[in-house]
Design a protein around this ligand. Structure first.
Ligand SMILES: [Zn+2]
Ligand SMILES: [Zn+2]
Length: 278
């Protein structure tokens, strides 16, 4: 296993990559063909043609130009990189300068994102950027899947009758959208507290950077992050299936974090909580 590389199998989704606060965060979800942030471009990252970027801090985006360079060597073409609108221009400037250094055009398509402006990803998938609360412009993303469901008035009717209705032009189905995944990026707890769409995602990947009293709530908030005490206080409001806690600072071991989940999270939510990141 390569440095820091980790894989978590969830119901229908795999979460793969690395996440340590201030060091490196890159999360890949192969079933969706999506990567969240780039980190330092960990193993497997260059295969992803679509990247959703939460914000421009180097632990999340420092590996971008290495990724582009590697993809170019492998002739993988330009990836679609979705970024907060506020960092589009600086990234374009760096891309141009880096292309000058390398003496070839680094292949990339940047797409500026705004809160509440949905991104169509094809195959019934959509990403909705939400404004998260960090020291720089930052976005969380909610990924929803829309499927066609049999309308309630037709449930239980025999197949031949439904076929007849369909032939006569009756619409039997209606679209139903399910939030399957939300990735918070770096944020204070206000994102979770203030937005039901975050709490209702089936899988929520949320940052908890500080896990003990050595860095208290106030200084954690000052740096735009979430303290475990804040998450413990509101975790029961999570309505989904799995709450994955990422971006733990290097000061706290995984064993410490898992012990805190067992001992301090409310019993009603504890079994849904997973610590990710070595
Ligand atoms: Zn970070
Ligand atoms: Zn950050």
């Amino acid at each position: 296993m390569a440095r820091g590389y980790e894989e978590l199998k969830l119901d229908g989704l795999t979460l793969r990559g690395v996440s340590r606060g201030g060091v490196e965060t890159c999360l890949m979800v192969p079933e969706l063909g999506l990567m969240f942030d780039v980190g330092m471009c960990p193993r497997g990252a260059i295969k992803f043609d679509r990247v959703l970027v939460s914000h421009g801090h180097a632990d999340h985006l420092g590996g971008l130009f290495y990724l582009l360079s590697q993809r170019s060597l492998m002739r993988r073409g330009a990836p679609d990189v979705y970024v907060p609108r506020e960092i589009l221009e600086p990234l374009q400037t760096i891309a141009a300068q880096w292309s000058a250094i390398e003496d070839f055009e680094l292949p990339v398509r940047f797409w500026p994102c705004d809160p509440e402006q949905a991104i169509a990803l094809g195959d019934g998938l959509e990403a909705l950027p939400l404004r998260s609360v960090h020291r720089v412009a930052s976005l969380a993303y909610v990924i929803s899947r829309t499927t066609q469901r049999l309308r309630s008035e037709f449930v239980g009717r025999p197949g031949p009758e439904l076929a007849q209705l369909r032939r006569s032009g009756v619409r039997l189905t209606s679209p139903e959208s399910t939030p399957i995944l939300c990735v918070s990026g770096d944020t204070q707890i206000e994102l979770f507290l203030g937005d039901a769409r975050v709490r209702q995602s089936r899988v929520l990947v949320h940052e908890v950077t500080a896990w003990d009293g050595k860095r208290d709530r106030a200084s954690t908030r000052e740096w735009g992050h979430t303290h475990v005490d804040e998450m413990i206080a509101c975790a029961e409001r999570f309505e989904g299936d799995t709450l994955v806690l990422v971006h733990r600072s290097l000061r706290h071991s995984r064993a410490d974090a898992e012990r805190i989940v067992r001992e301090r999270f409310p019993a009603t939510i504890r079994d849904k909580v997973v610590v990710f990141g070595y």
